[in-house]
Design a protein around this ligand. Structure first.
Ligand code: FE
Length: 201
């Protein structure tokens, strides 16, 4: 039911937002370019920083990681990240033998409190359709080559569940503190279309 409602609402909301944006720009209340910059910031810089802090904490704190894997919603909420589109969080861990990638095949469900706004490609029909059918090819287009002996698991988000990928901690970060580690956790690494950055890159 919730999903059906969401699907019906999205185009309508999109139109309303566009209409509002045009009106505000016309009245000189906003500059569309600044708005684009703001959206971009929430997509790539501000939003995903919350998720990065969650992952970095899990990398350094085994007890927290255990809790995060068992009850993602509560463990994430304990750091102050909760609310709309983050009510039911499931964290899935990448390992040397399993790589996880997240999609919402029906619409564009995305964990807002931890990742901010979804990138355009996440909402695009080609990503949603193809990542299920040929995940390795899609990941290759993101510059991510997954070895043949690594299993790729695709997780389909729903209106009820949002997934967050825990990327593998990069090698050479043994002496990194939590804040330094968080810098290595990119948005794409928490969707599964990328890896955490190697130190110094
Ligand atoms: Fe969705």
């Amino acid at each position: 039911m919730a999903l059906a409602q969401e699907n019906v609402l999205i185009p309508d909301v999109g139109l309303r937002v566009k209409a509002l944006e045009s009106l505000l720009a016309e009245k000189g209340a906003i500059d569309p370019k600044s708005l684009d910059l703001l959206v971009e910031a929430f997509e790539t810089r501000i939003g995903p920083k919350n998720g990065a802090k969650v992952i970095a904490k899990a990398w350094v704190d085994p007890e927290y990681k255990k809790w995060l894997m068992k009850d993602g919603t509560a463990a994430i909420k304990s750091l102050g990240y909760s609310g709309v589109q983050g009510e039911n969080m499931v964290v899935i861990e990448n390992t040397p033998t399993v790589h996880n990638v997240v999609v919402c095949t029906l619409c564009s469900c995305y964990p807002w409190p931890t990742l901010g706004l979804p990138p355009i490609w996440f909402k695009s029909a080609p990503y949603r359709a193809r990542v299920v059918i040929e995940p390795r090819a899609v990941l290759r287009e993101f510059g991510l080559e997954i070895a043949d002996d690594v299993e790729v698991r695709v997780w389909d988000s729903t209106a009820e569940l949002r997934y967050l990928v825990m990327p593998m901690r990069p090698a050479g970060t043994e002496n990194f503190n939590e804040a330094q580690l968080a810098e290595l956790v990119t948005r794409d690494s928490m969707i599964g279309t990328g890896l955490a950055l190697a130190p110094g890159k």
